[in-house]
Write a protein that binds this ligand. Structure first.
Ligand SMILES: Cc1ncc(C[n+]2csc(CCOP(=O)(O)OP(=O)(O)O)c2C)c(N)n1
Ligand SMILES: [Mg+2]
Length: 576
C-alpha cells in the first residue's frame, strides 16, 4: 500500500488500477460505515489496515468471537449495520460461536471473512493452504447466507449484494478469497449506494378484520385481561399502542425477559412473566382471565414450563411469524400482524369499557404495585466472605448511573436481572439468544463503543469472564469506558446447581477463588474486590459517574440457586 496515496471513495482513481481489497474498503466507506470490528489474519490485514487508513475505524479484539459479538452489540445499539472482519480457516472457526449467536439475535451484521485462494483449485498448481476450510458449507449449515467474491471484476457487486441482503435482518457472510482480493481493478468511483437503513417499522402488517372481530369477542368476556409483550413488540415500537389498549380494557402489562422494562413507569406494569416475576406480579397474573401476547415466542422460560400463565385463561397470540404461533405454548386465537398495528386495530374496534368492568384497575392494584419491594422477595444469604447476588444487584442498582446500558452474559448469576432496573429494552442486552456463555463481553464493548454518552455495565460470571478476559486488553487499548461487574461464585454456578439438584458431586464445577481485580489493574482498570455489602457501598463515588474502565470483583455466595434452575429441575422430575 502506498502511504502517500490519498484515499477518496468519490474520486475516480483514473491514473491506475487498485487492488480489489482497496476498492472494497472504499465502497464500505462510501456506504457510511464508520466502524468495523475484527482480528486480522494475513488474508485480512491489508483490507482492515486500508479501512482504518481511509477513516473506517478498525476496532481490534483479541478473540474472533468477541469481534463478532462486538459488531452485533454495535448493530443492536445503533440500528446500523455491524461489520466484522475475520480471517479464513482457524480464524473463521474461532468466530463460529459468535456467528451462531449473532445470527439468532436478528441484528444486521455483515461477516466478512478472508478465504483461501481459488486459483490453485483451478489449475492444481498453487501451494497448499493449511488454512483451507469449507466456510461456505459451515456458514450455510448455520443458516447464514454466504456470498463469495469469485472474481475481481464482480467483487464490488458481490459486496453490494451482501450488504443489501442484510436489509432483511440477521447475519450475512461475504468471503474474500486472497487471490481475488489482491488482483487489481479499475476504480471509477464509489458505487454510491448507502447501506440499507432499517425501516422504522419494516412490516406493519395489519391483522385480518375477522381475526380482530374474534379477539374483540373474546375480550368482551374478559374482566381481567393481561397483556404480555416480547421483544417483537418492542421492536415494532408498540409500547404506546399497548398502553392505550391496556387502558381501554383495564389490562395489566407484563413482558418477557427480553422486553424487560418496556412498561417502565406504567402504574399497571407487572414486570417480567416467568421465573423472574415478583410475588405481586405472580398473584395478579394468576387472576387473569384472558392473555394477549404480542411479539413473544412463549418459550419455556417465559411460561416457566407452562406454569406462569393461568391455564384456564383464553390466550390470544399476535405475531408477524406464523411459525411462532402456538410453537411452545397453546394459542386459542392467532393474529398474524405487527404488534403495534394489531394493538391499534384492537383499540379502535373495542367498545369503551366502564371503570367497574376493569377489575384490575383499582387503587388497591396500583398500591400493591407501588409497594413492591424487591428486597423483600428473598432472604438474603450473605456470609462472612461472600454476598447474596440479589443484594449485590439491589445495591448496584442504586449506585450505578440511572442512565446506563446493562449487558448480561449468562449463568446462574442471571437471577440478578429483576433486581436491576432499566429504562427500557433498548438499554438491557441479554445475550442468551444461543444460550451461550461468553457473548457478554464482546457485546458490551460494541454497545459501549456505539453509545459513549452513557455508561455501559457488563454483568458477567467468573466462568464467562475467564472465557473472554483477553478483552481486558481491548478495553484498555481502545479506551472503552466499560464497567465490568464480575459476579464471582468461584464456580460454574449453573452446573454446580445442576449437579447438586441431581445429587451428583459438584467438584468439577468449582474453581478456586480467583482475584480478578489485580489482573484487571495490570491492564489499567480501576478495580475493587468486594466481599461485603459495606465494602460495596463504599464504591458509590467510583460507580456513580464512571469515566474509564472499571472492574469490580464481587465475591458472591454460590449457594443461591437461580429460580430458573429450580424450575428446570422440577420440570425434569414431572416429565417422564
Ligand atoms: C459456550 C458455552 N459453554 C458452556 C455452556 C454451559 N454453561 C452454561 S452456564 C455455565 C456456567 C457459567 O459460569 P459463570 O460465568 O461463572 O456463571 P455462574 O453460572 O457461575 O453464575 C456454563 C459452563 C454454555 N452455555 N455456553
Ligand atoms: Mg460462576
Amino acid at each position: 500500500m502506498n502511504p502517500t496515496r490519498s484515499f477518496d471513495a468519490d474520486q475516480p482513481i483514473a491514473e491506475r488500477e487498485i487492488p480489489v481489497y482497496e476498492a472494497l474498503a472504499l465502497d464500505i466507506k462510501s456506504r457510511g460505515i464508520e466502524s468495523v470490528f475484527g482480528l486480522m489474519s494475513d488474508d485480512t490485514a491489508l483490507f482492515v489496515t486500508t479501512l482504518d487508513a481511509i477513516g473506517v475505524r478498525f476496532h481490534a479484539t483479541r478473540h474472533e468471537n468477541n469481534a463478532v459479538a462486538m459488531a452485533e452489540g454495535y448493530a443492536s445499539a445503533t440500528g446500523r449495520l455491524g461489520v466484522a472482519v475475520i480471517g479464513r480457516g482457524p480464524a473463521t472457526a474461532n468466530a463460529l460461536h459468535g456467528c451462531a449467536y449473532a445470527q439468532r439475535t436478528g441484528s444486521r451484521v455483515l461477516l466478512v471473512f478472508g478465504g483461501s485462494s481459488l486459483a490453485h483449485r483451478a489449475n492444481g498448481a498453487a501451494e497448499a493452504d493449511a488454512k483451507e476450510f469449507n466456510a461456505t458449507g459451515v456458514l450455510e449449515a448455520m443458516g447464514i447466507k454466504t456470498y463469495v467474491a469469485n472474481d475481481a471484476s464482480s467483487a464490488r457487486a458481490t459486496l453490494a449484494h451482501a450488504v443489501q441482503a442484510t436489509g432483511q435482518g440477521g447475519c450475512v457472510a461475504l468471503l474474500l478469497p486472497m487471490n481475488v482480493q489482491f488482483q487489481s481493478i479499475a476504480y471509477p468511483g464509489a458505487m454510491g449506494i448507502p447501506a440499507p437503513a432499517p425501516a422504522a417499522n419494516p412490516q406493519r402488517i395489519a391483522a385480518r378484520p375477522a381475526a380482530i372481530g374474534a379477539a374483540v369477542g373474546l375480550l368482551a368476556h374478559s374482566r381481567r385481561p393481561l397483556i404480555v409483550a416480547g421483544l417483537g413488540a418492542h421492536r415494532a415500537g408498540a409500547r404506546r399502542a399497548l398502553e392505550a389498549l391496556a387502558d381501554k380494557i383495564g389490562a395489566v402489562l407484563a413482558t418477557t425477559l427480553k422486553a424487560k422494562d418496556m412498561f417502565h413507569g406504567n402504574a399497571y406494569n407487572l414486570g417480567i412473566v416467568g421465573s423472574y416475576s415478583h410475588t405481586t406480579a405472580r398473584r395478579l397474573i394468576d387472576q387473569a382471565d384472558c392473555v394477549i401476547v404480542f411479539g413473544a415466542g412463549l418459550n419455556e422460560k417465559t411460561t416457566s414450563y407452562g406454569t406462569s400463565l393461568p391455564t384456564n385463561a383464553a390466550l390470544i397470540q399476535v405475531d408477524l411469524s406464523h411459525a411462532k404461533i402456538g410453537r411452545w405454548y397453546h394459542a386459542d386465537l392467532s393474529l398474524i400482524a405487527d404488534a403495534r398495528e394489531a394493538a391499534e386495530q384492537l383499540c379502535a374496534a373495542l367498545p369503551a369499557r366502564a371503570d367497574s368492568d376493569k377489575a384490575f384497575y383499582t387503587a388497591d392494584t396500583r398500591e400493591r404495585l407501588t409497594r413492591v419491594d424487591m428486597a423483600a422477595e428473598f432472604q438474603a444469604a450473605n456470609t462472612d466472605r461472600t454476598m447474596d447476588p440479589r443484594s449485590v444487584a439491589l445495591e448496584l442498582d442504586r449506585m450505578l448511573p440511572a442512565s446506563r446500558n446493562a449487558v448480561y452474559d449468562a449463568g446462574n448469576f442471571l437471577q440478578v436481572m429483576p433486581y436491576i432496573s432499566g429504562l427500557g429494552p433498548e438499554h438491557n442486552k441479554n445475550t442468551v439468544d444461543f444460550a451461550s456463555v461468553g457473548m457478554g463481553f464482546g457485546t458490551a464493548m460494541g454497545i459501549a463503543c456505539a453509545t459513549p454518552e452513557r455508561s455501559t455495565v457488563l454483568f458477567v460470571g467468573d466462568g464467562g469472564f475467564l472465557m473472554t478476559m483477553s478483552e481486558l486488553e481491548t478495553v484498555a487499548r481502545e479506551g472503552i469506558a466499560l464497567v465490568i461487574i464480575v459476579l464471582n461464585d468461584a464456580a460454574y454456578g449453573a452446573e454446580l446447581h445442576y449437579l447438586k439438584m441431581r445429587n451428583m458431586p459438584v467438584a468439577a464445577a468449582v474453581f478456586s477463588d480467583i482475584d480478578f481485580a489485580p489482573i484487571a489493574a495490570g491492564f489499567g482498570f480501576e478495580t475493587a474486590t468486594v466481599r461485603t455489602l459495606i465494602e460495596l457501598r463504599a464504591l458509590a463515588p467510583m460507580l456513580s459517574n464512571p469515566q474509564g474502565p472499571i472492574l469490580i470483583d464481587c465475591k458472591i455466595n454460590a449457594a443461591v440457586a437461580a429460580p430458573f434452575m429450580l424450575e428446570t429441575a422440577d420440570h425434569e422430575k414431572r416429565t417422564p
